[in-house]
Design a protein around this ligand. Sequence first.
Ligand code: HEC
Ligand code: HEC
Length: 379
Amino acid sequence: MRTIRILLCLATVLPLAACAEAIAENAHPRKFGLPIDGLSPAQLAQFERGRSKFSRLFTPQTGLGPLYNDNSCRACHGLGASGGPSERVVHLAGAMVNGGPSLLESKGGPMIQDFAVFGTKVEQVPQETTALATRMSPQVWGLGLVEAVAEKDIVSQMAPNDEKFKLGIRGIANWEEGKLGRFGMKAQKKDLKVFTEQAYDWELGITTPDRGTEPFPNQSPHKVAKAELSQDELLDVTFYQRYLDAPPRGPITAEARHGEQLFTANGCALCHSTELTTSPNEIGIPVGVKLHPYSDFLLHVMDEDLADQMVQGASTGQMWRTQPLWGLRVRTKFMHDGRANDLDDAIVMHGGEAEKVRDRYKALSPPEKDAMRSFLKSL
Ligand code: HEC
Ligand code: HEC
């Protein structure tokens, strides 16, 4: 497609501006799912191994189940390229038990898998359930960069300032075993290795060496003596996700630039932080890389209608991690369960701490709203 446009340019059939855009695009190929720059040949080989294992199709013979949601990571994380989002949703259950939150682990919770292998009963929503949550699959691009941001640089965004105070924006951190939670929609997980182990367990029913459990219908997870996944495969898939580059920006028009100014001026960027920087880290990500996730990775109280009542760590049922907006242009549904079919709906659904900022958006003129959306569609 791009080549055709450049050929047309050479034949001077297209207007000059379009030619400049086509050539600029060609100079910087914009592809999703590539590794970050500067990997050694050995690292590239590990990235490729991880990429192919991320797509590995499991069967009951290779360990799938007994309960599972799908048969590969890529089945849910693959729109646009490997590691992308999808519209696939999963279901979680929780409850208040004896006055406190419970993930119903002894009743098969919190993940209520959709499928069971032949001979196993499909899991039922436990009777005690008071919170039934639906979550749509996010992308995993750029998450190693997020893991390499210093805790203090994320936590410092909690500091109040005049503008936040005026708008009622706070934000709190979630913690897992003393480390900052950054992954998952409630920022419930501290790093990509533990998230990956949990995904093998909960989504595929595949046991990993360090975790060693798998789900059974409406029972506590069973400990398994021999892991179904090798440590090497787990580390390759973790490595792959850590070194996946951030989703690249799409073409940036003058309208999108205007929208970006409005995004910042209206206070959207008080939660959807536009820039973070990597610091010295234990996972080998280069230091000083600037990333633009459009998220502070903190939890905010949102509209009551968005609440799913699932308590995960410090996150109440009404709190959500600011959803990163990079890569947004491959999505067609928005918000944690995909309830918004377009960007205008998604923004209008903001409430709670985002209420005043949302009202500012509502007060924009139609061309300004268009500009804001064209900025979001360039991400
Ligand atoms: C059936 C669909 C499904 C499958 C299969 C699946 N995931 Fe996910 N994934 C999700 C959903 C839904 C979430 C959001 C969960 C949440 O935050 O509660 C998620 C979240 C994630 C995240 C965190 C993203 C973020 O923004 O913090 C990572 C990392 C991840 N998955 C990796 C994996 C890996 C690795 C596999 C394979 C072992 C896998 N997933 C298999 C649906 C799936
Ligand atoms: C108080 C913090 C906060 C403010 C201010 C805020 N957002 Fe959000 N935003 C969030 C949270 C949290 C979510 C995730 C909510 C969910 O998934 O239910 C979100 C989700 C979104 C989504 C959906 C992303 C997806 O992948 O589904 C879009 C689009 C968005 N915000 C745009 C905006 C715009 C535009 C503004 C300014 C008008 C704004 N936000 C202001 C916290 C905020």
